[in-house]
Design a protein around this ligand. Structure first.
Ligand SMILES: [Zn+2]
Length: 425
């Protein structure tokens, strides 16, 4: 994984593309959010999200529904489960349809980006690339999915509450993940075009096509990303681990929410059928290659190159989940513990005070460029209350590749000095 990101960065450098010199270009990515003050971040993986854990057994389903609690110490989860139970109770009683209708009658629905989830492309963020998802949006979307669940069918299927919690939360997670992974596929196409044509197609596409059309019905990339998340729910990885009423509810939720999202996103359902999806992909591929909404490359030509828009990197690991500092993560944390975060100012201060780095002028935009004789330069995004884990990894890489759990040691000046380049004899 890390080797691949280094390779990708080497290919960019060979074509004079430096993600760390591109601060202004980030304006071309209006769908990208940031980690805010008071938040922390952990990494998880699809393997962790989809891990099948045994559910506790109990006698008789019905009573369990009344007293079961997800985790008494976790206020966020308990509060959310109380709302789920209200939805279930309402679905049984006379108020049920009314209750569901009230939720469904909302006329607008937020898009995934930039508040709930986003993708940071390698071309613009270097080591800070990846998929970011906020936990509070996962809770929120899981409630909306719950409104679409046929609860009588779920109870009849014998699904236990703990399993219901797991299936709802990871369904909501997966909807965000699949949308964001599509953005990675588009960037992967950009890499393939960079190598085959020798010229940068991805950044001009972002400037000339994506940004001017963002939040307009012509923003094909967002329509297709939404279609993708709907379409991929039927893949075995998801399907075999989720009760049928749950799968149907997620699809019903998407069919309901997508048309209510802002323009561009709202057109997603149009691209769900295979023919329309394929045609949409080919059109997007031409948009990226040509850097224009008006195509010079006929979309139909892509029928002889059908697989150019698959993922370059395995993005199944190191998916970053954001939550309030001090809260308990919903999902199993992978390589990065929650809490291991630092601001731009803290990192800059530690590197200059303890490790002989100094701040160099000439960092574009608000970027901070740190230099030290015979040592690799370190680039940090400017003024961030929380620097992304990928960037922290980059810094620890300079020190020999310590795990992120050593970040506090780095900040306290307790890591051995970074390796330096050997001077010529
Ligand atoms: Zn998107």
């Amino acid at each position: 994984m890390s080797q691949t990101i280094e390779n990708a960065l080497a290919v960019l450098r060979a074509h004079d593309i430096d993600p760390y010199e591109a601060e202004e270009d980030i304006a071309d990515l209006p769908g990208v959010g940031t980690i805010e003050e008071g938040e922390t971040v952990y990494a998880t993986s699809l393997e962790d999200i989809f891990r099948d854990e045994p559910t506790e057994t109990s006698e008789g389903l019905a009573p369990e529904w009344d007293w079961w609690e997800p985790n008494r110490d976790d206020e966020r989860l308990s509060e959310w489960w109380r709302e789920i139970r209200e939805i279930i109770r309402a679905s049984e009683g006379q108020d049920g349809p009314l209750f569901s209708q009230r939720r469904r009658q909302r006329q607008t629905y937020e898009a995934p980006e930039p508040l709930c989830a986003w993708y940071c492309p390698i071309h613009f963020f270097g080591h800070g690339w990846g998929i970011y998802i906020r936990e509070r949006c996962i809770f929120h979307v899981a409630l909306d999915i719950a409104v679409h669940v046929d609860w009588a069918a779920v109870k009849a299927s014998g699904l236990r509450p703990a399993e219901i919690v797991r299936q709802l939360l990871r369904s909501a997670f997966y909807v965000f993940f699949l949308h964001e992974q599509f953005h990675h596929k588009v960037e992967s196409l950009g890499f393939r075009l960079l190598v085959t044509t020798g010229t940068d197609r991805y950044r001009p596409y972002k400037t000339k096509v994506y940004r001017p059309n963002f939040l307009k019905p012509t923003c094909l990339e967002e329509s297709l990303a939404n279609a993708e998340s709907y379409r991929r729910l039927t893949e075995p990885r998801y399907k075999k681990r989720h009760a049928r009423p749950m799968l149907e509810a997620v699809q019903a939720y998407l069919a309901w929410s997508i048309p209510r999202q802002p323009p561009g996103y709202a057109q997603g359902m149009h691209y769900v059928p295979e023919g329309a999806y394929r045609k949409g992909l080919y059109t997007l591929q031409s948009q990226v290659l040509d850097g224009s909404l008006t195509l010079t490359t006929p979309a139909t030509h892509w029928s002889v190159a059908p697989d150019v828009i698959t993922s370059l990197m395995s993005i199944d690991a190191d998916i970053y989940v954001i939550l309030p500092a001090g809260a308990r993560p919903i999902f199993r944390a992978g390589s990065i513990d929650p809490g291991a975060t630092a601001s731009t100012a803290q990192l800059t201060s530690a590197l200059t005070r303890h490790y002989g780095y100094s701040q160099a002028p000439g960092g574009k935009g608000s970027h901070v460029k740190l230099v030290k004789p015979n040592a690799p330069n370190i680039h940090l995004p400017g003024n961030r209350p929380v620097v992304s884990p990928g960037m922290v990894k980059q810094v620890l890489g300079v020190f020999g590749g310590y795990p992120i759990s050593r970040l506090p040691d780095l900040l306290r000046g307790q890591l051995p000095q970074p390796k330096t380049f050997l001077s010529p004899p």
